[in-house]
Ligand binder design. Sequence first.
Ligand code: C2E
Ligand code: CA
Ligand code: CA
Length: 763
Amino acid sequence: MYGDTGAAAGRIRHEHLSAVLRLTPMAMVANMGNASLILWSFKDSLTPGLFSWWAVMMTLASLSLLSWFRFRNRSSTKVSCRAIRRSTLHAGVLALAWGCLPVVWFADAGHSQQVAITALFTGMMGAGAFVLGALPLASMAYVAVFAASALWALARAGEPQFIAFALLVLLYAFMVLVGGISYWRKATALILARNEAVRHEQMLAVVLQDFEQRATDALWEIDTEGRLQQPSARLAKLLHTAPDTLRGLSLVPWLEQHTLSGSGDLAQALAKGVPFHNVAVVIEQGGQQCHLALQGKPLFDELGQHSGWRGVVSDRTAIEQAQQLLQRQAHTDSLTQLANRLSLHAAIEQQLRVKPHSGALLLLDLDHFKTINDSLGHSVGDTLLTCVAERLLQHAPPHSLVARLGGDEFAILLHHNDTGADTTEAQALASRLVTALSRPYQIKERRLRVGASVGIALIDGEVTHVDELLVRADIALYDAKAHGRGRAAEYTHALRERTRRRAEVEEGLRQAVRRDELSLHWQPKVDLSTWKITGTEALLRWESPQLGKVSPGEFIPVAEQEGMMDLIGLWALRHACECARNQLKGVRVAVNVSPVQLADPEFVSLVQSVLESTGLPADRLELEITESVFIEDTEAALKQLHALHALGIHVALDDFGTGYSSLSYLCRFPFSTLKIDRSFVQEAMERPEALAVVQHIAQLARSLKMRTVCEGVETPEQLAMVIGAGIDEAQGYLLSAPKPLEFFNSFTEDWNTQQAPLEYLPE
Ligand code: C2E
Ligand code: CA
Ligand code: CA
């Protein structure tokens, strides 16, 4: 059943032998007593033989007791096969000694002695077989010897009725043997099962120990009263307390004392009495927060009575902290620690749900931040953004949300107030922010300035979706920037219409040059002393298949902002020069040049190559520039103008009087012409001061050797005023509106033959 070899077999043999030896003292006392009883029943006919037999019995029993005694003090838990064989031999010898009794003395014994021998002999056989049950070989040897000697004794007695006795002895021996073997089988199976259970227990202990030492989990067990049972060091560590504190402590009340959340859930789970998982409890101990997750199972005793709970508690603090960090990172801008786009979206969504009739979104964009970033480096740019964030936080109202959307874009969500969407409040905040942000920033040893534009969109009940609100604020911001930056604009539907229109213009314009949709119209300039047409201004016209005629006043700013002006400007220049060379004989052509064109370092060489390719002499070309070319980089602009002047090209200062009108430019560059803006012509008719300005410009220009042109002359009275003020040339609808080339040429012919300029003067 368990084999001969191996430590396990040795242990099983030890168990068997122990079972036998446990009964040995009693059995040996019985042996001695019974042997003595036999001696006593023969007291009247005692022979030396019988006495010797008694002495042998006593010796054997004593030896057995001795070996029992020795075995008891033995420390080993294993028993060899030899020891089992020795026990078998011992049993055999004892049986042989008993066997001598009936064989030698039964036949000649008296009747009462025969009864004593029979009773004691069969008793010894049964009892011995039972005692030796755990050692089947010994038991079999013992019974066999007993049975054999009984049969021999009966045969020697030779009485016929003893045949039945002999059969009974055989049956008895057989039953004792079968009983013994079945007992042995059961005992062995029991031992094997017990050993297996011990092995499992040991393994489990190892696994648990490993679990306790290494994992972030600990076992917990409570009794029916909720008191902790055998709290491990690991559990104590997990709860940030000493193991002694935990012993016998009531778990739930203890957690309640230290809990931040979740102990109620645990109490509920325990009250339900069914297994639970992942009950989260957050406790605070020694200033530390720890997140625990408990699972548990009810325990039952052998009678099926509830005896407590056992489970695992896991430390989820690290996981929880990592998750919180991720969560935070996902919702904050890493540079400024403001809310990011994601959280702004969520906040707007929430506000639109809760109070869709109040609050506002402000979108902020720094003006010319890119220039600072590109020229001073990203670390300065980053520091600047952090400073901007600080100022926004300082000025934002207490319950608003300040966010950075990326780059130099920020947003403030004004939360609801009870008065609903409030334009004045939002506007006031926007202008405070524009002022605050434009104050200089001290970054390291640098003092930097950066402006800001703000777009405002009100949460006025019309907006139902986050994107819509963002689009509205964006449209407003765009408008603020388009109107000179450093200001705030509020969304209106008209603004949206303008934005939509602008987007259409932009899209159409991208194809305009390629699809040949552009053309030039020509407007003459008339010399007021000779009444000759001395020059003509080329004015761009665009007819889009989708949008129809779009005025340059509309599409040129779009082209400038969207980087299309170089291409369109070059087209106008080339086309104007071609016309001047081929059709417009005798007059100087004026071409408007946008500041973005002049800012291109290649501009001068481009103009030169156009002149070369069209064959137009340089002095027949006049370029009209506005004062705004000097805003960004005055020196570079002057350098370009000088280079153009060196080529022999005339340069006119357009829209004079409207812009920054710094007269210093007039000393630093020899403009050929000053074009006085048409607003002056209108104003001079109404206000004497405006007239004085026009007169003084005329004088100043004369002393600087520049010619003067008044544009926008619409009425004979205006013309008379212009002549009276001493202006050299006039341009305007009164003389001619801008016309396509073919009309312009016939107009010039008519003009030159007409010779009747006075019809343009008041009567
Ligand atoms: P600008 O250079 O001041 O051009 C004169 C504008 O005044 C033209 O408008 C012209 O049609 C208009 N005008 C002429 N006479 C009168 C008048 O008596 N009364 C009134 N109220 N207006 C008059 P237009 O053609 O719409 O051009 C607008 C602006 O677009 C131009 O202003 C110029 O700055 C720009 N532009 C036109 N063509 C070009 C071009 O080829 N290149 C560049 N860079 N800009 C151009
Ligand atoms: Ca012009
Ligand atoms: Ca002008």
